[in-house]
Design a protein around this ligand. Structure first.
Ligand code: AMP
Ligand code: MN
Ligand code: MN
Ligand code: MN
Length: 285
């Protein structure tokens, strides 16, 4: 366990962020530059199903004097739900991870095409091309479709675009077959990384459902869970910290930053409760 007051408690650590290599709005280099401006000492870049931004982020981090953790946020289908599993400190060039993410890219391409068709049928013209433009040549995810919907006046803001068109249960939702939990954990472990269940409080689970998920995640070989994710109440943090101890999971903390001025800022995170064992406990030896 890490004692309060030990040196890494003084570091500003943010282990969840997005760049233009998925649905963030800053390039990997600009993301790192902003993190450095915000006083972040250790940043993980964790794009959805992609490590394409790691090399650029690494080079920028060397210039900025910031420690960059190579990461990824893998989409997982589990018992009819979509989970997000972070791989932290992975080797992005490892074949198992690289091949797994290449297969995920195909799933994302097909999902985007179907989503474009559904939106056309719902009266939104040019949705796929519009989302592709938002993605700047990358594979459009739901955030890119949401930005297009707002730009074209189909929704007042991103939240409403999700609620009306894109969220599960909304008119144009497209289900996809993401990675299996064992599969995703296998890729991360093979690539030398640590698997962390992202934002456990955001899966709309009951208390019992969340405990079942955490037990299954641990049983499958999961290493940790986010105890701090973006902006969340002290109550939720305390509950998650308790779960991390109960299930023997390491604790992580990340903003889930996507864009300046909307949603959580890089590095503005409360400290982990002292009873938690940080996922970074042996990174600074
Ligand atoms: P995707 O992986 O393309 O299905 O997109 C998932 C991403 O969409 C998440 O990481 C969030 O960035 C965003 N997202 C999901 N649900 C919502 C929502 N209700 N409101 C705003 N953004 C959302
Ligand atoms: Mn996202
Ligand atoms: Mn997520
Ligand atoms: Mn995320």
């Amino acid at each position: 366990m890490t004692a309060a007051g030990s040196p890494e408690r003084l570091l500003r650590i943010d282990l969840h962020s997005h760049s233009t290599c998925s649905d963030g709005v800053l390039s990997p280099a600009a993301l790192v530059a902003r993190a450095a401006e915000q006083g972040v000492d250790v940043l993980a870049i964790t794009d959805h199903d992609s490590t394409a931004g790691v090399a650029e982020a690494r080079a920028a981090a060397a210039d900025a004097g910031l420690r960059l953790i190579a990461g990824v946020e893998i989409s997982v289908s589990w018992q009819g739900k979509v989970l997000h599993v972070l791989g932290l400190d992975v080797d992005p060039d490892h074949a198992a991870l690289r091949d797994g993410l290449a297969a995920m890219a195909q799933v994302r391409v097909r999902r985007a095409e179907r989503l474009g068709e559904k939106l056309e049928q719902a009266g939104v013209s040019g949705a796929l091309a519009g989302a592709q433009a938002q993605a700047g040549g990358g594979i459009p995810g739901r955030n890119h479709f949401a930005r297009y919907l707002v730009e074209r006046g189909h929704a007042r803001d991103l939240r409403r675009a999700f609620k009306r068109y894109l969220a599960r249960g909304a008119s144009c939702y497209v289900a996809a077959e993401w990675a299996g939990l064992d599969e995703a954990l296998g890729w991360i472990t093979a690539a030398g990384g640590r698997s962390v269940l992202a934002h456990p409080a955001r899966y709309q689970l009951t208390g019992t459902g969340l405990r079942r998920l955490l037990a299954a995640f641990k049983e499958a070989g999961g290493a940790g869970m986010e105890v701090i994710s973006g902006v969340q109440s002290a109550d939720v943090t305390a509950t998650l910290a308790g779960h991390a101890q109960t299930f023997g999971l390491l604790a992580s903390a990340g903003s889930d930053f996507h864009e300046p001025g909307a949603g959580p800022e890089l590095g503005r995170l409360p400290p982990l409760p002292v009873a938690c064992t940080p996922v970074w406990q042996d990174w600074f030896a």
